[in-house]
Write a new protein. Structure first.
Length: 99
C-alpha cells in the first residue's frame, strides 16, 4: 500500500473541469481483487455531472462546507456518509458550493 498526506499529494485533474481538486491518499496493490484508492476531493465551485455509474464500490464522506449532491433531492451533509455499490447509477450531481 502506498500512503501520502494530502498536503504532499499531487493534484489529479478532474475529468469534468477545474471545479474539483482530487488528491490521492492511499493506493492498494494494482491487479489485486481487493484493490482500493482513497481520494481527498475538494469542490471549489459549480458542478454539473450527469447520472452515471462506476465499476467499483464508492464510499463518500462529506467532511465540511456545503452539502454534497448525489441525485435529485439527495444530499450528504457534513458528517454524513453515502455508499454506492458497484454498478449502481447515481446523479445527476448539481451544486454550487465549496466543500
Amino acid at each position: 500500500m502506498q500512503v501520502a498526506h494530502a498536503e504532499d499529494s499531487a493534484t489529479i485533474d478532474s475529468l469534468r473541469g477545474a471545479e474539483r481538486e482530487f488528491k490521492t491518499l492511499l493506493i492498494g496493490d494494482e491487479g489485486a481483487l481487493d484493490n482500493f484508492r482513497l481520494y481527498f476531493v475538494r469542490q471549489k465551485g459549480e458542478v454539473d455531472i450527469p447520472r452515471h455509474k462506476h465499476n467499483f464500490d464508492q464510499i463518500r464522506v462529506c467532511l465540511e462546507g456545503g452539502r454534497q449532491n448525489f441525485g435529485a433531492g439527495k444530499w450528504i451533509a457534513p458528517g454524513e456518509i453515502a455508499y454506492f455499490p458497484e454498478g449502481t447509477p447515481y446523479g445527476p450531481e448539481q451544486s454550487d458550493t465549496e466543500r
